[in-house]
Design a protein around this ligand. Structure first.
Ligand code: ADP
Ligand code: ZN
Length: 612
C-alpha cells in the first residue's frame, strides 16, 4: 500500500483489495467500531469471515497493524493470501531464517508494511518490544483469543502477557477474535486482554452451508464409497477414523477405488505426514484419511465434505471437525455413520484413560450428548445449536432428519422385553445372543444355560433381527442400558432401566433406515457443485480449476490463494469475456485482476469458442 491508498473507506478496501461487494454478518459493525478506536471481542463461527474484521481496518488506517496468531502455519497462509491480493503483509516467527526476519523488520521500519503477524512468544521478547516501540502502530488484533483461557483446550500461557504489549502501545484499539468461546471464556478474554468497554460482537454458530447427515453403520467403508461416488467424486475432503490401522486400511481402500486418498496419523514419519498435508492443501481433490491428529490449523477453504467413519468423543469435537468443511460458504456435507460398537469403544476408551473420576464422568456425559444427536428424530442443526446455547429454528431444511423425516414408533413393550431379557440372562450377553433369545432361536448353548426356559424366550418373533439390533442400540444410546466395559459387548441395566421396566416411562424409537435400501428417498443435496452446471459449464469449471492449479504451482502457493472455489463457480456461471466483467466476479480485486485476469479470460474464451 502506498500513501495514496490511505483514508480509503471500508467499502473501497473490500471491493478493490478483496473483490467482494458486500460485508457479511456483523463485519461492517465491527470494522466501524474498530475504526472509532474502540476495543472489542468478535465471536464468529469458522468460515464466517473474522479475518476481514481486522484486515480491512488495517488497510484503512495509517501505520502498521499487529496481528497475534498462535499457529505458524495459519500465519503463513494468511500472509500468502494477503500478498496475492497485493497487500504488504509479513510474519515474524522463530521458524524463519534470521536474515529474513531482519528483512521483515527493516521493511516495517521503512513503513512499507501494513500488517505484521507475530507469534505470541515472539511478541514478548525484549527485542521485539523495543522494536515495536519505535513503530507507528495503529491496531492490535489477537486471533484465536480463546487461547488466553487456562481452562480451554488450546491454552497458551504467553497469551496472558499480551496485556503488557497493550501498555507499551498506548491507546491503540485491540480486537480479539475467536470461533469458540462459551460465556465464561468470553469474560476471561475481556479481562485478560483488558478490553475497554467490554464490547462483544457475537454471531450465531450456525453453518448453514453444511448439510449434516448421520446414518447407521452397516458396512462403513462401502457406505463411504457410495457416498463419495454419488456426491463428491472429485472433491477435497477429510475422512476421520478412530485408529491408525483403520486410517491405513480406509486410505488404501479409497485409493483402490480410484480416489486420490492419503493417510495422516501420528504414527507416520513426520516427512510423510507433512508431505500429505501439503498435497491436501496444494492439489485439487485430495481426500485425507486421518485420525483427529489432522486438522488444527488447516485453513483450506474448499473442503467439500468431512466424513466420520467412527464416532468422535463429543459434540464439541464433532462440530470442530465438521466445521472444517465449507469455509468458503459453498454447499458441503458432514457425513457420519455409527453403530453400537462405536458406543462401546468410546466408553472403553474413557474408562481406560488415566483421567480422574470426575473427568471420566464428564466425558461420559459428553458422549451421551453426542449420542443424543445421533439418535434424534428432530433437526440435527437444532440439536447442535441448542447444545451451544444458541437459538435455532425448529427445522433447518438442510440436515437428513429435515430432508427425510424420521418415522418414530412407540415401543415401550419392546423396550421392556429387551431389558427384561438383559436382566434374566444375567446382564452379560451381547445383542446377538439377546436377540436370539427374544426370537426363540435356540442353540445348544442356550439350552445348556437354560435360557430357552425363560419367560422372555420367543417373545419377540414379530420383530426382525435388524429391528432388535436397532432397539438395543437405541436403549444403550439413551442410557436405558449400558455396554459392559470388561466384556465383548455384553449389556447391563442402568438406573434408568427401572422406570421402563415398571412401565413408568414410555419409550419411543426411530425406525432405522439402512442407507442402501432406501434409495428412493435419498436427500437431494445439491452438494456436489457440478450438479447445477450444464455440461459446457462443467467443462469450463474443470478448465478454470486447471488454470488455477497451473498459476498456483508457478507461484508456489495453494490454489485457493489464487481464487476460492466460490469465485471460480461464479466465473463459470457469469462467463465474463472482458476484464471489466471479470472484475465484477466476487473475489476478484484489483491486484488479482491484474495478475491473473488475462489467463482466466483466455481459458474462458477457449472453452466457449469450441462447439459442443
Ligand atoms: P474465519 O477466520 O472466520 O474462519 P475467514 O476470514 O478465513 O473466516 O473467511 C472465510 C472465507 O470467507 C474467506 O474465503 C473469505 O475471503 C470469505 N469472506 C469473508 N468475508 C467476505 C465477504 N464480505 N464477502 C465474500 N466473502 C467473504
Ligand atoms: Zn435440520
Amino acid at each position: 500500500m502506498t500513501t495514496s491508498d490511505l483514508n480509503k473507506t471500508p467499502h473501497d478496501v473490500l471491493d478493490q483489495v478483496f473483490g467482494y461487494s458486500n460485508f457479511r454478518l456483523s463485519q461492517e459493525e465491527v470494522i466501524s467500531h474498530v475504526l472509532r478506536g474502540e476495543d472489542c471481542l468478535v465471536l464468529m463461527p469458522t468460515g464466517a469471515g473474522k479475518s476481514l474484521c481486522y484486515q480491512v481496518p488495517a488497510l484503512c488506517l495509517d501505520g502498521l497493524s499487529i496481528v497475534v496468531s498462535p499457529l505458524i502455519a495459519l500465519m503463513a497462509d494468511q500472509v500468502q493470501a494477503l500478498r496475492a491480493a497485493g497487500v504488504h503483509a509479513a510474519a515474524l516467527n522463530s521458524s524463519m531464517p534470521s536474515e529474513e526476519q531482519g528483512q521483515v523488520m527493516a521493511a516495517a521500519r521503512r513503513g512499507e508494511l501494513k500488517l505484521l503477524y507475530l507469534a505470541p512468544e515472539r511478541l514478548l521478547l525484549e527485542g521485539t518490544k523495543e522494536f515495536l516501540r519505535t513503530l507507528p502502530i495503529s491496531l492490535l488484533a489477537v486471533d484465536e483469543a480463546h487461547c488466553v483461557s487456562a481452562w480451554g483446550h488450546d491454552f497458551r500461557p504467553e497469551y496472558l502477557r499480551i496485556s503488557e504489549i497493550r501498555d507499551l502501545l498506548g491507546p491503540v484499539p485491540c480486537i480479539a477474535l475467536t470461533a469458540t468461546a462459551d460465556e465464561p471464556t468470553r469474560k476471561e478474554i475481556i479481562e485478560k486482554l483488558r478490553l475497554r468497554g467490554a464490547h462483544s460482537f457475537v454471531t450465531g454458530f450456525d453453518r448453514p452451508n453444511i448439510q449434516y447427515r448421520i446414518a447407521l453403520k452397516d458396512r462403513g467403508r462401502e457406505q463411504l464409497l457410495s457416498f463419495l461416488k454419488a456426491e463428491h467424486p472429485r472433491d477435497a475432503g477429510i475422512v476421520y477414523c478412530i485408529s491408525r490401522k483403520s486410517v491405513e486400511q480406509t486410505a488404501a481402500f479409497l485409493k483402490g477405488n480410484g480416489f486420490h486418498a492419503l493417510p495422516y496419523h501420528a504414527g507416520l514419519p513426520a516427512e510423510e505426514r507433512n508431505a500429505n498435508q501439503r498435497r491436501f492443501l496444494d492439489e485439487e481433490g485430495v481426500v485425507v484419511v486421518a485420525t483427529i491428529a489432522f486438522g488444527m490449523g488447516i485453513d483450506k477453504s474448499n473442503v467439500r465434505f468431512v466424513a466420520h467413519l467412527d464416532l468422535p468423543k463429543s459434540i464439541e469435537a464433532y462440530y470442530q471437525e465438521t466445521g472444517r468443511a465449507g469455509r468458503d460458504g459453498l454447499a458441503s456435507t458432514a457425513w457420519m455413520v455409527y453403530g453400537l460398537n462405536d458406543i462401546a469403544r468410546q466408553r472403553m476408551m474413557i474408562e481406560q484413560s488415566d483421567a480422574s473420576d470426575d473427568k471420566k464422568s464428564l466425558e461420559h456425559r459428553k458422549l451421551n450428548a453426542l449420542l443424543g444427536l445421533c439418535e434424534t428424530s428432530s433437526c440435527r442443526r437444532a440439536v447442535l445449536l441448542n447444545y451451544f446455547g444458541g437459538e435455532a429454528a425448529e427445522t433447518c431444511g438442510n440436515c437428513d432428519t429435515c430432508l427425510v423425516p424420521v418415522q418414530t414408533w412407540e415401543g415401550t413393550v419392546e423396550a421392556q422385553q429387551a431389558l427384561s431379557c438383559v436382566y434374566r440372562t444375567g446382564e452379560r450377553f451381547g445383542v446377538q445372543y439377546l436377540t436370539e433369545v427374544l426370537r426363540g432361536e435356540t442353540s445348544e448353548r442356550m439350552e445348556r444355560l437354560g435360557h430357552d426356559k425363560l419367560k422372555v424366550f420367543g417373545l419377540g418373533t414379530s420383530h426382525s433381527k435388524d429391528e432388535w439390533t436397532s432397539i438395543f442400540r437405541q436403549l444403550v444410546a439413551s442410557g436405558h442400558a449400558t455396554v459392559l466395559l470388561d466384556s465383548y459387548g455384553g449389556l447391563a441395566l442402568t438406573e434408568k432401566s427401572r422406570s421402563v421396566l415398571k412401565g413408568q416411562t414410555p419409550v419411543w424409537f426411530r425406525s432405522d433406515v439402512l442407507a442402501p435400501r432406501s434409495k428412493k428417498k435419498r436427500p437431494s443435496s445439491g452438494t456436489s457443485l457440478n450438479t447445477q452446471f450444464t455440461s459446457k459449464e462443467n467443462e469450463l469449471w474443470e478448465t478454470l480449476r486447471s488454470t488455477r492449479l497451473k498459476l498456483a504451482k508457478a507461484s508456489h502457493v495453494p490454489p485457493y490463494v489464487i481464487f476460492h472455489d466460490a469465485t471460480l463457480k461464479e466465473m463459470t456461471q457469469l462467463k465474463p469475456r472482458t476484464l471489466d466483467e471479470l472484475r465484477q466476479v466476487s473475489g476478484v480485486g484489483d491486484k488479482k485482476l491484474e495478475r491473473y485476469g488475462r489467463e482466466f479470460l483466455e481459458a474462458i474464451e477457449t472453452v466457449l469458442s469450441t462447439s459442443d
